[in-house]
Design a protein around this ligand. Structure first.
Ligand SMILES: Cc1ncc(COP(=O)(O)O)c(C=O)c1O
Length: 370
């Protein structure tokens, strides 16, 4: 029996535990460089230096010039900013799919008359033939595609979609929130991409939109001239400091995370033996597993596992706390399977012992119904 005081955190896709160095950098900055980075005095310049340092680190992670990094409050805001900018400055449709995060799909819903929805395949990737059909229907302002799915970890065909979008002159926005620090990302030819540092051990409350040099942003907010007017509002140097440290750490994240594949496979093998079905058969990032367990509702299973010391989630990454089935899994399969699914996501500190503890907890919980 697992010591009830020992918790196993398998919800890294919701948010990752902040790195010790991130906490230290933020604490240090809040003591020494707390001023307004737009102020011209020495205190302001010290805060500005921290913000610009962070911008350079985010640019290095994304492979873009720091001038093409716009800080936002979150990846949600970055996604909204990219899509709204594309729709404001270009004619034509927004093309996306139900595999995307709500910060993409709800923008498309807001522009329903311009939205074209691409089918999701049960493997977890978008249907490229259906995308071709959607692209051929007329002018396209923007195509929005994620790099890695938040629920299943399925890797989307970004390069392929980039070529198809470029042929039609469309702005390709890549929601890469779940990919940084997990997989190498090639943004060549991509117009914009979003970054969420709290997914790679940085702070919440800050994010970034990285853009190709020619891209013009249309601000969502009106106010000051921060971020070259694209995103008014004072940037917190403390959050920026934490973001910068996390971005540097994420540079070699893919090599650390690759080792999780064997733990993930061990977990999945055990869950399949217990009657589970893995969601998503296309190539996946190594740290995530979405599993349907029939006879259970996802939220009930999450609650039962929580009592056994295991933190995981059901529903979409950011809808934890709602009982709605994940729209991603509904798009891939059907509401029934979506309703009985849970997501287990690991991170670089996850150990074999933790995975074994999680398997033991699942075994205890699932045996109650047998
Ligand atoms: C794929 C994806 N995009 C965007 C977001 C939103 O990120 P944030 O929490 O920074 O708004 C998330 C969060 O779960 C996500 O998984």
């Amino acid at each position: 029996m697992q010591d009830p005081g020992v918790r196993v955190y398998l919800d890294w896709n919701a948010t990752a535990p902040p790195l010790e160095e991130v906490i230290e950098a933020m604490a240090e900055t809040s003591k020494r460089a707390w001023a307004n980075p737009s102020s011209v005095h020495g205190e302001g310049r010290r805060a500005r230096a921290i913000v610009e340092d962070s911008r350079a680190s985010v640019g290095a992670l994304a492979g873009v010039d720091p001038r093409d990094v716009t800080f936002t409050s979150s990846a949600t805001e970055a996604n909204n900013l990219a899509l709204t900018s594309a729709l404001a400055t270009r004619e034509g449709a927004i093309i996306t799919s139900r595999l995307e995060h709500p910060s993409i799909t709800k923008v498309a819903e807001r522009h329903a008359s311009r939205a074209r929805w691409v089918r999701a395949l049960p493997s977890g990737v978008i249907d490229l033939e259906d995308l071709e059909r959607a692209l051929a229907q007329g002018p396209v302002a923007v195509v929005a595609l994620q790099a890695v799915n938040q629920e299943t970890g399925v890797i989307q065909p970004v390069r392929e979609v980039m070529r198809m979008s470029q042929n039609r002159g469309a702005w390709l926005h890549v929601d890469a929130a779940q990919a940084w620090g997990k997989l190498a990302i090639d943004l060549d030819g991509v117009a914009s991409a979003s970054v969420a540092p709290h997914k790679f051990r940085g702070p919440k409350g800050i994010g970034a939109l990285v853009t190709a040099p020619h891209v013009k942003l249309a601000p969502l907010l009106v106010g000051g001239s921060q971020e070259k007017g694209a995103r008014p509002g004072t940037i917190d140097p403390c959050l920026a400091a934490g973001f910068g440290v996390a971005a540097k750490h994420a540079m070699d994240g893919p090599s650390r995370v690759a080792g999780l594949r064997s733990l993930r496979d061990r977990l999945e093998t055990a869950l399949v033996e217990l009657g589970g079905q893995v969601n998503g058969s296309a190539p996946r990032a190594p740290h995530v597993s979405s599993v349907a367990v029939s006879k259970w509702r996802g939220p009930e299973l999450v609650a039962a596992l929580d009592l056994e010391g295991v933190a995981c989630s059901s529903g979409s990454a950011c809808s934890a706390g709602t009982a709605d089935p994940s729209p991603v899994l509904v798009a891939m399969y059907h509401p029934e399977r979506a309703s009985s699914s849970v997501r287990l996501s690991m991170g670089e500190t996850t150990t074999a012992t933790e995975v074994q503890n999680a398997i033991d907890a699942f075994t205890r919980v699932l045996s109650r119904l047998m």
